[in-house]
Ligand binder design. Sequence first.
Ligand code: ADP
Ligand code: ADP
Length: 222
Amino acid sequence: QPLVTLRGIGKTYANGTVALEGVDLEIRGGEFLTLLGPSGCGKSTILRLIAGLDAASSGALTRAFDNVGAAIGFVFQEPTLMPWASAFDNVFLPLRLQGQSRRTAAPAVKEALGLVGLADFAEAYPRELSGGMRMRVSIARALVLRPLLLLMDEPFAALDEITRFRLNDDLLRLQGELGATIVFVTHSVYESAYLSTRIAVMAAKPGRIVAEIATQDAAPRD
Ligand code: ADP
Ligand code: ADP
């Protein structure tokens, strides 16, 4: 059973913009799916619908899990860290919002920072970290609740190419270690081919999926 199923999904924004039309898509456990397409084809809109941050105008979206907040981790293009808080406290935030104490949460926070290679930077503040490291902190924050599904909206687009290549490799390693299911939005053909097990190619006006390409076998998981 897919983790998320979209059937005939359409999205028209209040100003009349038709962002999506007739989108059919399944997200399967263990896969690394990229949504590839030009700016404005509705990639971010699809992620927001999956995460329940916005509602579709037509069609049906079903999820194989209940608690969307705990089951989905979201990484945005900008790291969106709290500048006044250390890396530790930024990653602690989702656990704090669940009512956990700093002490109870510490092992999970440290583990998440370790997964992204920042075990030694727990006490560093965002301004003390490079762009790549700040993105790693955001990824750790998205992983700390051990989500079933990680949604990443052009996470590396603002980084220089070298940092981006490193993070691509780290993300692949991380997915292997965690067995995570990832939906990754990009307009980079390179990134989609390098990272994913499946590519959904999109076109704009109206936003729609024009092709699906299986690129590698996903590790089967249930
Ligand atoms: P992508 O992520 O592929 O760049 P988006 O999902 O951000 O595409 O946007 C798809 C289309 O919907 C674009 O034409 C965009 O301008 C429009 N759009 C996105 N968000 C809104 C909004 N809140 N209100 C009106 N139009 C929007
Ligand atoms: P990456 O994106 O792979 O972390 P960066 O280009 O961001 O690469 O940084 C390269 C390396 O330099 C980092 O992995 C880290 O070891 C070190 N580094 C960068 N910024 C700092 C900093 N503010 N303090 C200490 N070490 C740093």
